[in-house]
Design a protein around this ligand. Structure first.
Ligand code: ADP
Ligand code: ZN
Length: 222
């Protein structure tokens, strides 16, 4: 089963993807996480990607697409994957359709997360990530703080703010790019009949855990 997470920055894609992955036992593939691991390991891919990421721009397709194509060939992705952060453009979506159809697969479900704009910006500023690249747990100092300030509950490593989350200009740029380049994917997948839109907001008391639970239940009943 191939599941895609769609939604602006800060809506909770990573959280929902992680919970789905634990429950249906297929890997969560986050392009942002792969890039950040390469950046911290100073690989050639990381050094190249960082030129774009630090400014809030998209990494070009000639780097991103082969990286995802390769990751999907790993043994753990044999039964499927939850793609978190890919595709982000119509062009990437078409490339994904091509690579899946070569293997007789297709996109089965697209989870589109929607959150009010003011909550999104607030959440990006209060997001903290685990510095342990093998863990990568995400917290929110307001909504889901760690038990001990600055320390990951799961592994004890220090938490930090992502570089692109602390720069208001980079945040603004990422949200603009989302609107312009990524949001057309909502229509693209709606037309394919695989779109499931879910609102996540404190105002309706519905968070990522609630959404993940309802999706898992529906998948089990299928
Ligand atoms: P966010 O969604 O909060 O911007 P991600 O962790 O998904 O963060 O991605 C971080 C950065 O990595 C993005 O701002 C972008 O520069 C790059 N990136 C991630 N996925 C893609 C993609 N599919 N295509 C191009 N660039 C990407
Ligand atoms: Zn951790």
């Amino acid at each position: 089963m191939i599941i895609i997470m769609l939604g602006a920055q800060g809506t909770g894609k990573g959280t929902v993807a992680g919970l789905l992955s634990e429950n249906i036992r297929i890997p969560q593939i986050s392009t942002g996480d792969i890039f950040r691991k390469n950046i911290s390991d100073k690989t050639p891919l990381g050094i190249e990607a960082d030129k774009y990421i630090s400014k809030g721009n998209l990494v070009p397709d000639d780097i991103t697409v082969p990286m995802v194509e390769d990751r999907l060939t790993w043994e753990d992705a044999k039964e499927g994957a939850i793609l978190d952060g890919f595709p982000r453009t119509i062009q990437q979506a078409e490339k994904l359709d091509e690579m899946l159809s070569k293997k007789g697969k297709k996109v089965d479900l697209v989870v589109n997360l929607v959150t009010p704009r003011d909550e999104i910006i607030d959440r990006m500023l209060t997001r903290r990530v685990c510095t342990n690249q093998e863990c990568k747990a995400t917290y929110n100092i307001k909504l889901s703080p760690p038990k001990v300030e600055g320390i990951c509950d799961k592994c004890g490593f220090a938490l930090k703010q992502r570089a692109d989350d602390s720069d208001p200009e980079a945040i603004k740029k990422r949200l603009e790019i989302y609107e312009e380049k990524t949001s057309p994917l909502v229509e693209y997948y709606k037309n394919k009949g695989v779109l499931r839109t879910e609102e996540i907001s404190v105002s309706i008391n519905r968070m990522g855990t609630d959404v993940a639970k309802s999706i898992v239940e529906d998948l089990k009943n299928d």
